[in-house]
Write a protein that binds this ligand. Sequence first.
Ligand code: NAD
Length: 290
Amino acid sequence: MKIAFIGLGNMGGPMAANLVKAGHEVTGFDTAGVTVEGAATASTAAEAATGADVVITMLPNGTILRAVADQIIPAMSPGAAFVDCSTVDVDSARAVAQQAENAGLMAVDAPVSGGIGGAAGGTLTFMAGGSDAAFAKAEPLFDIMGQKAVHCGASGAGQAAKICNNMILGVTMIATCEAFALADKLGLDRQKMFDVVSTSSGYSWSMNAYCPAPGVGPSSPADNGYTPGFAADLMLKDLRLSQQAAVSADADTPMGELAQALYTQFVEDEGGTGKDFSAMLPRFESRGRS
Ligand code: NAD
């Protein structure tokens, strides 16, 4: 397939490289001038999109996605697919899909989980929203860049699944970290805490697969000085998107709201920026109740 890849950052670069490796003809574009080995480089987003069967975007946010969509949709050929893999607000995902469909294109919102390691290893999970035909067109590419793709529903459903998942993740990580800090103060050994909780009803991905306590459980960013992994800043981005969606859908999400407030404080005032999101544990460790 002829593929345009727009946004070749930490995630997009390795994803595009995997498409090249699989034998696809890839043309890349990034405003920062980043290039990918084996891919052609265009001088504008519209130039990359011209004549492509599929255009994939991997961009920082919904505002940038909307601006890029305005540039590429008029350049794309009817029947081509616009696949956005960025994490953006549900409203932008739906607006861009509508704009693409109005121009005779197929559209899929397909945010990912799995981080930079998953992008490099081709093991991402894709959560997709769009028509059956659009998903079918993008699925072979998801199979190259990832290990699982779930068709979640109509346009916006992929973003909805992503922010609901990450709202649960933010909340459970905070709960896991505050419980470890309480256990410390109660004199409970961290390994014993892990042994019990990871096999009891308090278990979660945060505890079992990504334990925030160094030296306990499987290897995780905690064992590497809390170097991300999944940065607290990105968790905050996703929590903000979840709360923006909750306001727009009139959903009551008190735990998500509190998680957003805590990650805001952590990132903006407590040195959490640039650290893994599990660095909430040393944050709680260093505090008392006041
Ligand atoms: P990044 O900042 O490394 O990459 C974004 C790229 O987009 C940059 O290279 C930037 O130059 C480029 N860009 C910005 N504006 C552009 C424009 N108008 N035209 C073309 N290129 C433009 O970010 P990333 O970590 O690769 O994340 C990309 C998306 O994936 C984000 O939406 C993020 O939330 C999501 N995501 C990231 C991770 C992660 O672990 N990094 C995990 C899951 C999802």
